[in-house]
Design a protein around this ligand. Structure first.
Ligand code: P5A
Length: 434
C-alpha cells in the first residue's frame, strides 16, 4: 500500500480526551475515531490489526474442535424473558422496539440465542459434545465507557458455547477452551494469567478470567511464578488433562482478594504484576438449558437438560491490550503476527529519480513475494516520516536515501530493539523474506 493514497490520519499531539496510553496511541496512529461515547469507527490500519487478531482467535477455536457460526446482533426479548435475564440484565442492555412494537435488544452476549438454536436441532446425547462460536459485535450500555475501545459500548467479542451430556464431559470442554485461550494469547506474544473469577451476570460456579500482563493494567495480580513455566509447555505440545488441573490449582489472585498473611505461595515464588482482562470463561451447567427447556435424551432414553459453558474473548479490547503491552515513547510496537504491515518502506527523497526508482523496485519485489509493505511515498520531510513510522509501530523500517544508494546500501531498522543495519538491497530483501 502506498501511503500517498492511504487514509492514515496521524496526530502529532496527544488528544485531550485520552487518559491511557493505548487510547492515546490508537487515536494518534489513526487506528480508530470515536463517533459517540464508547462507539468507534475502525480506520484502515486499525481494522487490519483487528482482522489479524480475529483470525488467530478463530484458528485456535477451530483447532480446539469448535465450529464457527454467525448469530445476529439484534435479538428478540422473548428469549431473554424465558431465561429470566431480561429484567436482571438492567440498564446495560440496549432495548429497542421494532415498527410493530415488538421488544428487541442489541445483544450483550448470546447464551439465550444459542440455547434456542440448540434446542430446535439437537435432541440426542449422540450429537454431543458440540462447541459453537461466533465473532460478533456486542453492545453493553456501560455506565462509564472509557479508555477507548478497552471499555467500549460496542465491542467485538468471540463467544463460544459448549454443550455436553453431563458435568464431567462439560468440564472437559471447559478445559479444552482453557488451553485454547493460553495458546491464543501466547501466539499474540502475551503472557496471560488465568485467575479464578466471579461469574456475575453470566452465572455458574466455575470461571476463569484471563489477564494479560502489562505495566499499565487496571488490576493488580498475585500469582505463583510456576504458571508462566506451565504456559510455555502448552505451546510446545499437547497438554494432558492432569496438568491442566494442576495449572488451574496454582495460586493466582486479584489484589482485593489476596491476603499476604494467608498466601499458600512462598514469597520467593510469588509474582505481582498488573493485568488487563482479555478473556473470561464460564461453566454454568444447566442455568439456561433448564428454564429454556433444552433437553437431550441420554443413553438410558431419559431427557436431561444439556450442560453448558460459555467462553469469551474481547477481540477489540485485545488491540488496546497489545498496545499497553507493547509501546515506547515514540509509539506502538506491534508483534509481527498482528502488525498492520510487516515493513514500512521509507523513501527519503521522492524527487530523486534514482531513489524513487529503487524504492518502487523494492516495493514491487517485496509485495510480489507476499510481504506486506506500507510504502511511504509522500512528498514530505524525513523527520515526519520517521515519526509516523515509529508511531504506527510496524516491525521493520526499510529506509532508502540517495546517499546510501550511491554505495548500493539501504538501512533496516527493527522497531522493537531500535537496532539498525546497513545492508545491500539484495541482503535487505532476503532478510525480509523476499
Ligand atoms: C462469555 C462469552 C461473557 O459475556 N458470555 C459469552 C460470556 N463474558 S464477559 O466476561 O462478560 O465478556 C467476555 C470478554 O469480553 C470483553 N468485554 C469488553 N470489551 C470491550 N468493552 C467492553 N465493554 C467489554 N465487556 C466485556 C472482555 O475481554 C471480556 O473478558
Amino acid at each position: 500500500m502506498r501511503l500517498s493514497s492511504c487514509f492514515m490520519p496521524t496526530l502529532r499531539e496527544n488528544p485531550a480526551e485520552a487518559q491511557i496510553t493505548s487510547h492515546r496511541l490508537m487515536l494518534r496512529a489513526g487506528l480508530i475515531r470515536q463517533t459517540s461515547a464508547g462507539i468507534y469507527i475502525w480506520l484502515p490500519l486499525g481494522l487490519r490489526v483487528l482482522h489479524k487478531i480475529e483470525q488467530i482467535v478463530r484458528e485456535e477455536q477451530d483447532r480446539a474442535g469448535a465450529q464457527e457460526i454467525l448469530m445476529p446482533t439484534i435479538q428478540s426479548a422473548e428469549l431473554w424473558q424465558e431465561s429470566g435475564r431480561y429484567e436482571a440484565y438492567g440498564k446495560e442492555m440496549l432495548r429497542i422496539s421494532d415498527r410493530h412494537g415488538r421488544e428487541m435488544l442489541y445483544g450483550p452476549t448470546n447464551e439465550e440465542m444459542v440455547v434456542d438454536l440448540f434446542r430446535n436441532d439437537i435432541k440426542s446425547y449422540k450429537d454431543l459434545p458440540k462447541m459453537l462460536y461466533h465473532i460478533q459485535w456486542k453492545f453493553r450500555d456501560e455506565i462509564r465507557p472509557r479508555f477507548g475501545i478497552m471499555r467500549g459500548r460496542e465491542f467485538l467479542m468471540k463467544d463460544n458455547y459448549s454443550f455436553d451430556i453431563d458435568a464431567e464431559a462439560g468440564r472437559i470442554s471447559y478445559n479444552k477452551m482453557y488451553v485454547a485461550y493460553l495458546r491464543t494469547f501466547a501466539r499474540l506474544g502475551l503472557v496471560a494469567i488465568p485467575v479464578r473469577a466471579d461469574t456475575g451476570a453470566i452465572g455458574g460456579d466455575l470461571s476463569h478470567e484471563f489477564q494479560i500482563l502489562a505495566e499499565t493494567g487496571e488490576s493488580t495480580l498475585y500469582y505463583d511464578k510456576a504458571i508462566e513455566k506451565f504456559e510455555l509447555a502448552t505451546l510446545t505440545g499437547d497438554i494432558d488433562p492432569d496438568s491442566i488441573e494442576k495449572l488451574q490449582s496454582l495460586y493466582a489472585m486479584e489484589e482485593e482478594k489476596h491476603d499476604p498473611d494467608n498466601c499458600p505461595v512462598a514469597p520467593e515464588d510469588l509474582r505481582s504484576a498488573k493485568g488487563i482482562e482479555v478473556g473470561h470463561i464460564f461453566f454454568f451447567g444447566t442455568k439456561y438449558s433448564e428454564p429454556m427447556n433444552a433437553r437431550v435424551t441420554g443413553p438410558d432414553g431419559k431427557l436431561v437438560p444439556v450442560e453448558m459453558g460459555s467462553y469469551g474473548i474481547g477481540v477489540s479490547r485485545l488491540v488496546g491490550a497489545l498496545i499497553e503491552a507493547g509501546h515506547d515513547d515514540n509509539g506502538i510496537i506491534w508483534p509481527e503476527v498482528v502488525a498492520p504491515y510487516k515493513v514500512g518502506l521509507i523513501n527519503l527523497r521522492l524527487k530523486d529519480a534514482d531513489c524513487t526508482a529503487a524504492c518502487d523496485d523494492l516495493y514491487h519485489r517485496l509485495t510480489d513475494a507476499g510481504v506486506e509493505v506500507l510504502y511511504d511515498d509522500r512528498d514530505m520531510g524525513a523527520g515526519g516520516k520517521f515519526a509516523d513510522m515509529d508511531l504506527i509501530g510496524l516491525p521493520w523500517q526499510l529506509i532508502v536515501g540517495p546517499r546510501g544508494l550511491k554505495d548500493g546500501m539501504v538501512e533496516l531498522k527493527c522497531r522493537a530493539s531500535g537496532a539498525r543495519e546497513q545492508l545491500s538491497l539484495e541482503a535487505a530483501l532476503s532478510k525480509l523474506g523476499a
